[in-house]
Design a protein around this ligand. Structure first.
Ligand code: AMP
Length: 260
């Protein structure tokens, strides 16, 4: 049995009563790690650079192993960019290479760049027209119940590649789950952490592409856009993202995973 441990925090009351999103986190861990992980999430919500949360909900839910599906970790690469203009140009190029039309890539990026404040989840947009398809307003689609199959091996392997810290670990796992949904074409993301300006484009076709300088330093507004094929079963994709427990398998040769 594993446990989904998830946290969401807001300032000015709960999200559903208009509170401003501060922080969120997702893990899928064995029982003996639940206490430590929940405590770390609580601390993270209290000390987030987006502000002081006065609503913090940590949810713990048992997940039978038989319900968990496994998906592969996306391959990781990085493209250079020296400023925000170049970072966003690189994002547009990566989105179109992955199969998003230029008009949809432009529309999705513009939607993200013009958010008045961060959402809790992601916008789902058509990969051909760029039109927003979900009806979840500023909540968006929240991807839950996922983790890497071996957190220690994963963190150590990323550290060997010079990648420390939670942002890239969490984003690579989330993007690997997101990419495995039926009809998924590509994802665009940059963080809502004011100090973290690196974003990414991820896709089943080209993997996870880190892009420096996707937003200006100091901006507290981030978000995600999931571009799906017009033929996608949207309800099935949203169910997969929001409900399906997923462990992301590390390729044993490169990542030294002890479990898969
Ligand atoms: P982060 O990468 O944690 O800084 O999050 C950046 C933005 O991505 C947030 O403001 C949300 O809009 C979105 N986001 C974060 N976590 C999730 C998630 N689990 N599912 C969907 N969207 C998310």
């Amino acid at each position: 049995m594993l446990f989904s441990v998830r946290m969401r925090a807001a300032a000015g009351g709960p999200h559903e009563r208009g509170g401003r999103h501060i922080s969120g986190a997702e893990r899928l861990v064995p029982e003996d790690e639940v206490g430590t992980v929940a405590q770390a999430m609580f601390r993270r919500a209290q000390t987030h650079s987006r502000g002081t949360a006065d609503f913090i909900r940590v949810t713990v839910e048992a997940v039978p192993e038989t319900e968990i599906c496994h998906v592969p970790l996306l391959a990781l690469q990085e493209r250079p960019a020296t400023d925000v203009t170049a970072g966003r140009q690189a994002a547009l190029a990566a989105l179109t290479a992955a199969g998003v039309t230029p008009v949809a890539a432009q529309a999705g990026l513009a939607a993200l760049a013009s958010l008045p404040d961060s959402m809790r989840g992601a916008m789902v947009c058509c990969a051909v027209s760029g039109r927003r398809l979900d009806a979840l307003a500023e909540r968006g689609v929240r991807v839950t119940r996922h983790d890497s199959c071996d957190s220690a091996a994963f963190a150590a392997a990323l550290a060997r590649q010079g990648l420390q810290g939670e942002h890239v670990r969490e984003a690579l796992v989330l993007a690997s789950k997101v990419a495995a949904a039926p009809g998924m074409v590509a994802e665009l993301c940059w963080s809502d952490d004011p100090e973290y300006t690196t974003g990414y484009v991820a896709s089943p076709r080209d993997g996870y592409i880190r892009l420096p300088h996707c937003k200006p330093l100091g901006s507290p507004v981030g978000g995600r856009v999931f571009f799906v094929s017009p033929a996608a079963d949207l309800a099935a994709a949203i169910r997969f993202w929001q409900e399906q427990p997923v462990l992301v398998d590390l390729p044993a040769t490169d990542w030294g995973c002890s479990r898969c």
